[in-house]
Design a protein around this ligand. Sequence first.
Ligand code: GLC
Ligand code: CA
Length: 565
Amino acid sequence: MKSISYRRDKVLKKLWWKEEVVYQIYPKSFYDSNKDGIGDIQGIIEKLDYLKKLGVTSLWICPIFKSPMIDNGYDISDYIDVQDEFGTMKDLDTLIEKCKSLEIKIILDLVVNHTSHEHHWFKEALKNPEGPCGDFYIFKNGKNGKVPNNWRSIFGGSVWEPVPNRENLYYFHTFHKGQPDLNWENPNLRREIYKMINWWLEKGIGGFRIDSITFVKKDQDYLDSEIDGKDGLSSVKHKGRNRPGIEKFLYELNRETFEKYRCVTVGEAPGVPYEQYNQYIGKNGYFNMIFDFKYADIDVENGSEWFRRTNWTTKELKEKIFKSQEVFQKIGWGANFLENHDQPRSLTKYIRDKKYRNHIGAKALGCLFFFLRGTPFIYQGQELGMENFTRENINEFDDVSSIDNYNRSILEGYSEKEALNFVNLRSRDNGRTPMQWDNSSFSGFTKGDKVWLGLTNSLNINVVNQIEDINSVFTFYKKMIELRQNSNYSEDLIYGDFEQIHSDGDLIAYKRGENIVCLVNLGDSTQNIKLKVGEILLNNYKTLKIKENNIILEPYQGILITKGE
Ligand code: GLC
Ligand code: CA
């Protein structure tokens, strides 16, 4: 960063993690180094030069721990070992080492709401209910020959699963039955978790993205809640997410682990209303940042029921983004993103006119999100403008929640065709297709003869076609990163105030600091705004039309400019 003085220096704390650009890797789909069709740690090592060239400064790596892979690693059977197909602990050490020398920090995924049913704690708890792990999970007796209550798990069906060989006893799972929830009410269990976290921090990683953390506290009465679906169940979200008492767990978690190491923490904290952001990311908050899903889920009423679609407008999107920015700015710092491994590709979601689902649309979206106040997170393939994949049959999906959403859509009365359409639009597999590197078979993701999940239809969207092309999405992202990290505008782009600019129609406009303006037309007709242009820092079109101090933005045109005199 070049200029150092900034008028808010005294009030605004400068912290290293505010100055990062994070790249999220889904290891299974990033790069396969040993021809088995599955991405691996060695594959990440081989692509570090690529990441360095792009300019990102941190990597968030989705779980690489030992796992039966029912939920692709979010079902951990050993926290301090590496899953075979991803490599070994030695590979991970090498990755950490290499990243250190390249000044890239590593953020690991921390999944502590649940483990796999194959974790030795769970096996031990079943084998020896009176033993030390007997109370590490949540066991309850059934009621009147049925499960203990009517809560629905996130991946469908009851949250309760019968304990084998034990009459009328059930264990609790917020997600899949292969992901039993840990009993955070038990202080011994919490201590074990903190020990594990500190073990990783001692290794020198930069920090954690903390998975599904708002689910750790459940209402202890475990009473039925109101039925909200045709399956006769009630979402676990009502009484099993962000419930009173969670503050005790999260303060303690922070105090016993993260705080001691001053590592970075990014919470995946669904279900937290803005009024509670202060507890999460305020001055004494549990985490440094959290993701706000309110505009990522604009196309559905909630992120886990894809058949409840909305008819959203750009105006609503604009309002949601601005509201989110306002809250983050008032309270703390945000983790901004367009995509992740649970979301469909942003091009397909946000660009409704198919004509612009190309480099123009991808750059417009990039420009819109990247310069918001907060730390930007880029999901693998987003920097190329990768799109959703349309599958013809439900059997072609791998993701557990896709199968569940298909079945629930049908139960809710939709046809098979409609159900498939919902899943195609929202499936988590959309973001999990193998990364596209070049024009060879399987887009260079593997040199073997198979892949774990089918690729997208647009194989020409790949690294080799974009990396040297000055008009590519990749080059646009590279320029955005360069501007934020290492230019005369860095100070304003990182620490400058966010301010919305009033604009009509599909135009989204905001200011960073005193002088920088981002304008994105998220619609298919031209839009005008009265504004003097100084320097054009970025433009996804070759030209910019200006008429008597009016900027005229073409459909899906996105620009970053300085204000003129
Ligand atoms: C988080 C993860 C998701 C996973 C779930 C259960 O939402 O992002 O991929 O399935 O938690 O761990
Ligand atoms: Ca492999």
